[in-house]
Unconditional design. Structure first.
Length: 349
């Protein structure tokens, strides 16, 4: 059932992608705000309670619904529920249109448009980037987005589904990332000066996110190695792991750099400053509904400042963007084949 649920969810997401401003996203932001307002007491115990309520609460609810449907209406209803959850948590099309637009602009030689599109996508200052640096950053952002929106959710879902958790793995991964965005990144946004998040809750959320992403990041790196240049990907992974074993972003990017034989890493782009009137007039933005319009997608994690990951790799070129697409889709195929084999083995057994 895991394979068929994932396949149907991917097909549905390709046919009818879910926008980032859907009602569920707005509801989750209100839920995160309510949880922090009522449980954030700047103490270790309260921070654990807040994170558990935001992340583990929905996951537990998904398990209860899954098994209730299975026991009362049968496995088809449970599978449809899993498809619905995966459709809400997977997000190929949430970033692919940005990647495609920048790639097309570079292919046409319009570097100014590519810089503008990159700046709009990640809200960074790309005004001084060379063509090579534009390509490098687009590759890094796209690889991390593919891991966050696709492979991290997929691997977490597959692991817990095999243990009888239904779609709980996908929910935990997505909600842990959501908590990090809502409580660690939004806390530093000048648009939300009246949205205080304690240091204890920020540290707890960041630490638990690293734990949730520890295995998915390494599985993503392993699949990149399998479908790409295996030796170079593994060597890049080992080098980055020795440098910072807790840096899941770095491990994923190091493996991708080796798999593509491209030179990644370097200085990260800085956030583009908000207009002064927008930062100062918080009451206006909230009255106009700017919080819902901006959404947490404006606060996505930027590519880390890693230093050169693969000095022997090729200089990033536009042609490597096509290779990135191939790497991602080959990785999806590997996951689908693996899950299909496991499903077949279970049916035969």
């Amino acid at each position: 059932m895991t394979f068929f649920s994932l396949l149907l969810a991917l097909l549905l997401e390709q046919a009818r992608p879910l926008g980032q401003r859907h009602p569920l996203n707005s509801a989750l932001k209100k839920w995160a705000r309510w949880v922090s307002d009522h449980f954030d007491a700047d103490k270790p115990r309260s921070s654990w309670m807040a994170w558990s309520l935001l992340v583990l609460g929905p996951a537990l609810l998904s398990v209860v619904i899954h098994w209730t449907l299975w026991l009362t209406l049968g496995w088809p209803s449970a599978m449809l529920f899993q498809v619905a959850v995966l459709y809400l948590t997977l997000g190929f099309r949430q970033f692919s249109h940005h990647f495609t637009a920048i790639r097309d602009a570079l292919a046409e030689g319009d570097e100014a448009l590519a810089r503008e599109l990159l700046s709009e996508w990640k809200h960074v200052d790309a005004s001084d980037l060379t063509r090579t640096e534009i390509v490098r950053h687009v590759i890094e952002y796209s690889i991390l987005a593919a891991h966050r929106h696709v492979f991290g959710v997929l691997s977490s879902y597959a692991i817990l589904a095999a243990l009888g958790g239904g779609p709980a793995g996908a929910v935990i991964y997505r909600m842990a990332q959501f908590a990090k965005q809502a409580w660690c990144q939004r806390a530093h946004n000048p648009l939300y000066p009246h949205y205080p998040i304690s240091q204890a809750l920020q540290e707890r959320t960041q630490r638990l996110w690293l734990q949730v992403d520890w295995l998915p990041a390494r599985l993503t790196a392993l699949v990149f190695a399998v479908v790409g240049n295996f030796e170079e990907a593994i060597e890049g992974w080992r080098t980055q792991a020795r440098r910072d074993p807790e840096d899941g972003n770095g491990i994923v990017l190091a493996a991708a750099a080796g798999a593509l034989n491209v030179r990644l890493g370097g200085e990260a782009l800085r956030r583009k400053p908000r207009p002064n009137w927008l930062a100062q007039n918080t009451s206006f933005t909230k009255a106009a509904g700017a919080e819902n319009d901006l959404g947490l997608e404006d606060l996505e994690e930027k590519a880390p400042e890693l230093g050169p990951l693969d000095p022997s790799g090729q200089t990033p070129e536009v042609g490597h963007l096509v290779q990135v697409v191939g790497l991602v889709w080959r990785s999806v195929v590997v996951w689908l084949v693996l899950l299909a084999l496991l499903t077949l083995a279970r049916l035969v057994g």
